[in-house]
Design a protein around this ligand. Structure first.
Ligand code: FES
Length: 185
């Protein structure tokens, strides 16, 4: 079935398109893909990407190549919380690989897999712009920095209990983890 944006989203898209010349409508693609991901179940299906292409008069391939390039877009259903661990140089040097291994062992799933309870998906992503606080992961709008096994344990427990929300905007790197509910730091 072809997905359909809500009338409110369609109206927001029309406003968004007015920011760009008609011949440059592709410039609105990134924000519209974010809207599609938010409105169509947390990921971009082939059908939803085709739908976005039709709204912008683009070829579907033009949408696929953008959606597959950026790791913030999920191409299949994910868990409620997507744990996106930075794997770029500075985080790699400070132990990101160990954190990924620890998450895999703790949750019993591999990269890009979701736990059977539907709560967690583990992904690796490129630099999250918090290079001085690695290893770092992003979950929703929340950063969890200076990761250790203990911090991972605290974070998972807080997410499971609902004490930590992944959509709580966090204003500054230095307080991100505390803002996200780490009582031990
Ligand atoms: S290298 Fe990990 S945040 Fe930049």
């Amino acid at each position: 079935m072809t997905p359909q944006f809500s009338s409110q989203t369609l109206s927001n898209i029309e406003i968004l398109k007015t920011r760009y010349p008609v011949e440059q409508s592709k410039s609105a693609l990134l924000p519209i893909l974010h809207m599609a991901q938010a409105e169509f179940g947390g990921y971009l299906s082939r059908e939803s990407m085709d739908y976005v292409a039709s709204l912008l008069n683009l070829q579907p391939i033009e949408v696929y190549e953008v959606a597959t390039f950026y790791t913030m877009f999920h191409l299949k259903p994910t868990g409620k919380y997507v744990l996106e661990v930075c794997r770029t140089g500075p985080c790699a040097l400070s132990g990101a690989e160990h954190i990924v291994d620890y998450l895999k062992q703790k949750l019993g799933v591999d990269l890009n897999q979701t736990t059977p309870d539907g709560l967690f998906t583990i992904k690796e992503v490129e630099c999250l712009a918090s290079c001085g606080s690695g290893p770092v992961l992003q979950v929703g709008e929340c950063y969890v920095e200076n990761l250790t096994d203990q911090r991972v344990d605290s974070m998972l427990a807080a997410l499971k209990s609902g004490e930590l929300s992944d959509n709580e905007p966090t204003p500054a790197h230095s307080i991100l983890f505390r803002t996200c509910g780490d009582k031990q730091s």
